[in-house]
Design a protein around this ligand. Structure first.
Ligand code: CAO
Length: 444
């Protein structure tokens, strides 16, 4: 047999009227003992009123924004009579029964830490480290999935004050509970995310949380300082810059012969001239001719640089770094080779100074010494383009109708489509490939 009982607001201490800020259940919901039904907010505390017994919600008698005091009807609950009789203390959560067990939360509204919210008497305001029981939700603005975010009342209040949608906050507390710091982290990240004109932002799902140990043995390795820095930079550049990558191949047959030739002498001076040195040198005329590639976006202005400081990506044991070779236009290939060698050594030894990695206009990332046919490099903001270089390969090429073996160098040019159009990128890479095909052009 079942019967209907009216659940009322229990003793809430010194408050006559407090606002209903959340209605956590709706008719038809099945609630267990202690399932939060509504959340009340006084000027001192936020309190959940839990179900004093299990049952099915028949009618909800309060609405968001209502002011209620002790004894006000919250809802009617259909309960199992037999069960109710075996639990005389909780059978009816009337004002009477509440008086027997005062449920007062003296929780400060703004606890400094989770622990300071410990109430002095039996709480309806849960201490923040007590998880709020997930319950079906009446207010669709709070959750569409039907699951109440797992957070204490004080954290929910904090999130509400900041306008943070708890469904999008990744909880790092026990059992995924959302902590105050999680809300702060979320809001910080939101504020640092640029908005489009419509203010839509990136509505990303939280990062998947997987208990990897369930599937096998694992080892957790902290990221190096460099990797942490590049992680943040690469992620920003990838999502903020509309990248397009243009591919081409440069015929470097003669250039490679020349490189080997000059290397015999250069080696005596302890210098190794690699293809990258010629690439940096040949970039100067290309960047001069196509000045946008030597630019940076500054709001609605494109800053065109009249200097040629070129970055090159160096693979180090701790991750990727990009030292900058200054005034490449004023240096010959041998000097470029010497300085590149010195910068690479310092990069690998972790001895680069701040000035060594600043002021770059354009970056080259060469994986040619390692392998691969092409890749799509990520632009090094605030630059607007980056050149990827892959491994030389001898290929059959038609020249004047005759198939001849040529040494081809794969190039991948990623550019910021806000600044550079596809046609301009195709012109740039065609011009640049032509230079590598005949370095005399770089002198023009
Ligand atoms: N095709 C074929 N061989 C190439 C080549 C290419 N495109 N580029 C270089 N090589 C050869 C060099 O000639 C050299 O040969 P030898 O050992 O016979 O002399 C060898 O590969 C190694 O070259 P290197 O790496 O010492 O010199 P480099 O000037 O080409 O590159 C540096 C210098 C610092 C850029 C490079 O060592 C490096 O760290 N590259 C990785 C950059 C990187 O990680 N980019 C990815 C960024 S995106 O994640």
């Amino acid at each position: 047999m079942s019967k209907l009982v009216e659940i009322k607001v229990p003793d809430i201490g010194d408050f006559d009227e407090v606002a209903v800020i959340e209605v956590l259940v709706k008719p038809g919901d099945t609630v267990a003992v202690e399932t939060p039904l509504i959340t009340l907010e006084s000027d001192k505390a936020t309190m959940d009123v839990p179900a004093p017994q299990a049952g099915v919600v028949k009618e909800v008698k309060v609405h968001l924004g209502d002011k209620v005091g002790e004894g006000a009807a919250i809802l009617t609950l259909e309960v199992d009579e037999a069960a109710a009789e075996t639990k005389p203390d909780t059978a009816v959560a009337s004002a009477d029964s509440a008086k027997k067990t005062p449920l007062v939360g003296d929780t400060p509204a703004e606890p400094k830490t989770e622990k300071t919210s410990e109430p002095q008497r039996a709480p309806i305001a849960q201490p923040a480290d007590t998880p709020t029981v997930a319950a079906p939700q009446a207010d669709p603005s709070e959750t569409q999935s039907g699951a109440l975010p797992h957070a204490s009342p004080s954290v929910r209040k904090f999130a509400r004050e900041l306008g943070a949608d708890l469904r999008r906050v990744h909880g790092r507390g026990p059992k995924g509970r959302i902590l105050r710091e999680d809300v702060q982290r979320f809001v910080k990240a939101e504020l640092s995310t640029p908005r489009g004109a419509g203010g839509a932002g990136l509505d990303l799902l939280p990062w998947p949380k997987v208990e990897f140990t369930k599937f096998g043995a694992v080892e957790s390795r902290p990221l190096s300082r460099i990797r942490k820095l590049s992680k943040a930079n690469l992620a920003r550049n990838w999502v903020m810059i509309p990248h397009v990558t243009q591919f081409d191949e440069a015929d470097v047959t003669e250039l490679e012969e020349f490189r080997k030739e000059i290397n015999q002498d250069a080696a005596k001076d302890g210098i190794k001239v690699t293809m990258l040195c010629f690439i940096l040198k040949a970039l100067v005329p290309a960047l001069t001719r196509f000045a946008e590639f030597n630019g940076s976006l500054d709001g609605d202005n494109l800053i065109l640089k009249k200097y040629f400081h070129l970055g090159f990506a160096v693979d180090t044991p701790d991750g990727l770094v990009v030292p900058v070779l200054r005034d490449v236009d004023k240096k010959g290939v041998l000097q470029i080779a010497r300085e590149m060698g010195e910068l690479s050594v310092r990069a690998r030894e972790g001895k680069l100074k701040a000035a060594d990695i600043q002021g770059g206009c354009f970056t080259v990332s060469s994986l040619g010494g390692i392998g691969g046919t092409a890749f799509t490099p990520i632009i090094n903001a605030p630059e607007v383009a980056i050149l990827g270089v892959s491994k030389l390969a001898q290929k059959p090429v038609y020249r004047d109708g005759v198939l001849v073996p040529r040494l081809m160098l794969p190039l991948s040019l990623s550019y910021d489509h806000r600044v550079i159009d596809g046609a301009m990128a195709a012109r740039f890479i065609t011009y640049f490939s032509g230079e590598l095909g005949d370095m005399r052009r770089a002198l023009l």
